[in-house]
Design a protein around this ligand. Structure first.
Ligand code: MRU
Length: 351
């Protein structure tokens, strides 16, 4: 077991519940929640108690598996109806990260391959499938970390946005994986973490994970990225992804596309790191990616001692933006690094 938090999402001991570390309380409190009801599971994903595209997928898999265990006594037809209904319900908790529907579909497909099985056998198979998704993600993050590390040399400065570390995945993470791995191997790397307004995943989670691991991390406000790049302190940008379209356009946390535009201005390579489960070839371009809109209160008052904006002022709060493929120097997956043109290199991953 690595020292990074790889078990922040797991099945409860009796397989009928899911245990998650509540990421909304970090870095101040380490509190694990046990989720049993579909509504609690939906709320945990929507409220970002568990977040980050791969972690949402892992969690959703465990949630459907736990709900299936609870319903193993149902008649077969009713059991299958319930599985589909619950998968649709959990899948509607957040629209942008494709890993959510990817994981749920994978469990439904597993059930579909057992047409004659009774509910207990299907429920057990779903627990196995959900565990497999989690185990595979650990190996995938490790492979992404190895590939990503080939893009860095000793002494490099890396800017990252949002959180794509162990908390957002299983172990190592995607964008933070090469930084943690490089540090383990004795490399000297300096990381600049954008705080990532409005929900501060960079300040609360990235700075926390890297600081805990002993990586040299400097927290900056999002608006300081240009200054840090101009100072010559950034050799590469590493970010995660929530959905990569077939042409390489990439949805990630709001503010990511601004980082990519700045990086182009300063001639700094901008890399996206993510598992192939985040690549959605059925989505032709970024224009077709649904962007989640969130509660304006996250901008006006959340995390402040008192509101920082007039009550009721109009706010626009998209949770993600799309970075155009021409701004991306490479997309690092567990299978290797894709380079432009992405329509060809991404498709080749699935052949
Ligand atoms: O809203 P969040 O915190 O779930 O957004 C997370 C991100 O945008 C991450 O960068 C992305 O999911 C990749 S996680 C490896």
């Amino acid at each position: 077991m690595s020292r990074y938090l790889s078990d922040h999402v797991h099945l409860g001991d009796d397989l009928t519940s899911v245990v998650i570390l509540d990421q909304t309380l970090l870095p101040n409190r380490t509190l694990y929640l046990t989720l049993r009801e579909p509504e609690e599971m939906f709320e945990a994903i929507q409220a970002l108690r568990v977040r980050g595209a791969p972690a949402i997928g892992i969690c959703a898999g465990y949630c459907l598996a736990a709900l299936a265990q609870q319903r193993r006594g149902l008649p077969p037809a009713r059991f299958r109806q319930e599985l589909s209904r619950l998968a649709r319900y959990l899948g509607s908790s957040r629209p942008t990260a494709v890993n959510l529907s990817w994981a749920l579909d994978r469990l439904l497909e597993r059930a579909g391959r057992m047409p004659d099985a009774d509910p207990p056998a299907i429920a057990d198979a779903l627990a196995e499938e959900a565990l497999a998704i989690h185990q595979e993600d650990i190996a995938i993050c490790r492979a992404i970390s190895e590939h990503g590390l080939t893009l860095l040399k000793n002494g490099d400065g890396v800017l990252t946005h949002c959180n794509a570390g162990p908390l957002a995945t299983s172990r190592y993470g995607t964008a933070l994986g090469p930084l943690l791995l490089g540090h383990e191997r004795g490399m000297s790397l300096r990381v600049f973490a954008d705080e990532t307004r409005p929900l501060l995943q960079g300040a609360r989670l990235t700075a926390y994970e890297l600081h805990e691991a002993g990586v040299d991390v400097t927290l900056i406000c999002d608006g300081m990225a240009s200054m840090v790049m101009k100072n010559g302190w950034v050799d590469a940008c590493f970010v995660g992804c929530d959905r990569v379209a077939a042409n390489g356009d990439t949805a990630n946390k709001i503010g990511t596309s601004g980082v990519a535009i700045l990086a182009k201005h300063y001639g700094i390579p901008f890399y996206v790191l993510g598992p192939t489960s985040t690549i959605d070839l059925s989505c032709p371009t970024g224009d077709e990616i649904e962007i989640e809109l969130r509660d304006p209160e996250e901008i006006r008052s959340k995390f402040y001692v008192q509101p920082m904006a007039p009550a009721g002022v109009e706010c626009y709060n998209p949770a993600f933006d799309v970075t155009a493929n021409e701004l991306i120097a490479g997309i690092v997956t567990e299978k290797g690094i894709c380079r432009p043109p992405y329509a060809q290199s991404l498709a080749a991953l699935f052949r």
